[in-house]
Design a protein around this ligand. Structure first.
Ligand code: AMP
Ligand code: MN
Ligand code: MN
Ligand code: MN
Length: 303
């Protein structure tokens, strides 16, 4: 496993391309079918889109087919649920080969855990007044390979227990709320291993969302690097304040992590996650897309 490109190496990149390296389709908890997502991204001016559904790659084939029609570059990806020292984390695998057995076995196990968690959530939510909770969430998740909190959130809205998705999370689905059920996800070491086995690049998703102390976040970056992780989302649709971006840029530089950016798009109705609409990446960072946008002559698979 050779590392070909190094921080600071002079690779000419086309700065005018629009990268959105984090998005969801109906294959997980997004609202659009994979093809519709790709079509929307193309219309929004995205040149390179990563489809990163939660714990599944089921949408990639359809997304790739539409991307060919639209002339958009589709990067196969996944967003994997991790438990790190009791903390839930999301790790993105970018430019993965979905046909990798060890990756698929790991994702299948996570989907099983999701099902068991959904049963526990449903029992709790029924006590809190949601009728036929599991069947309802399963209906919301129709066509999806996973069942997640977003599906319960939609059912809570549909049955009129809350006005919108935000309120569903705030009142029922966050940790400590009546519908919350804990779940032990995969280990950070395992997940980075699966992503690397699939030829992909592991990226810490939306680091500011975890509300970790500075010290804990730095510990995460240390562990992540040691285990073979390569990138960090500096610009994310789910944390786009300038302060957050600045402090994540410092983290990326300090730990030699490649900088990624993505909208984390799920739903056209949630306006802060518009596809391709992201604040500018701070200068002086090493963008993760350098790994696959290098001149053809030097092109290698990222490890
Ligand atoms: P899960 O992986 O099933 O535990 O669900 C996590 C997902 O729930 C995230 O990826 C988001 O799609 C969604 N989510 C979490 N918090 C919120 C929120 N406050 N508002 C809307 N969606 C949320
Ligand atoms: Mn989601
Ligand atoms: Mn996430
Ligand atoms: Mn996401």
């Amino acid at each position: 496993m050779t590392e070909v490109y190094h921080a600071g190496s002079a690779t000419a990149l086309d700065d005018s391309l629009v990268y959105d390296l984090h998005s969801h389709s109906r294959a997980s908890d997004g609202l659009l079918e994979p093809a519709a997502l790709v079509e929307r991204a193309a219309r929004a001016g995205v040149d390179c889109l990563a489809l990163t559904d939660h714990d599944t790659t089921a949408g990639i084939e359809a997304a790739e087919a539409e991307a060919r029609r639209q002339g958009l570059r589709l990067l196969p990806g996944v967003e994997i649920s991790v438990t790190w020292h009791g903390q839930l984390l999301h790790i993105l695998g970018l430019a993965i080969d979905p046909a990798t057995a060890v990756l698929q076995a790991g994702l299948a196990d996570l989907r099983e855990r999701r099902l068991r968690r959904a049963e526990a959530m449903a029992r709790r939510l029924e006590r809190a007044g949601l009728e036929d909770a599991l069947a309802g969430a399963a209906r919301q998740a129709e066509g999806s390979a996973i069942i997640g909190r977003a599906h319960f959130a939609r059912e809570l809205v549909e049955q009129g227990l809350v006005r919108d998705i935000q309120a569903a999370f705030r009142r029922y689905l966050r940790r400590g709320k009546p519908g919350y059920a804990a779940c032990e996800w995969a280990g950070l070491d395992e997940v980075i291993g699966w992503i690397r086995a699939a030829g992909g690049v592991a990226v810490i998703a939306h680091p500011a969302r975890y509300r970790l102390s500075r010290q804990r976040l730095r510990q995460l970056c240390t562990d992540f690097r040691e285990l073979g992780g390569r990138g960090i989302e500096v610009v994310s649709g789910s944390h786009a304040t300038n302060d957050e971006i600045r402090s994540l840029a410092v983290l990326a530089r300090d730990f030699g992590l490649l900088a990624s950016q993505g909208s984390d798009f799920h739903d056209p109705a949630l306006s802060w996650t518009a596809l391709g609409r992201l604040p500018r990446m701070p200068l002086g960072l090493d963008p993760v897309w350098r790994l696959w946008e290098a001149p053809a002559a030097g092109r290698r698979q990222a490890v």
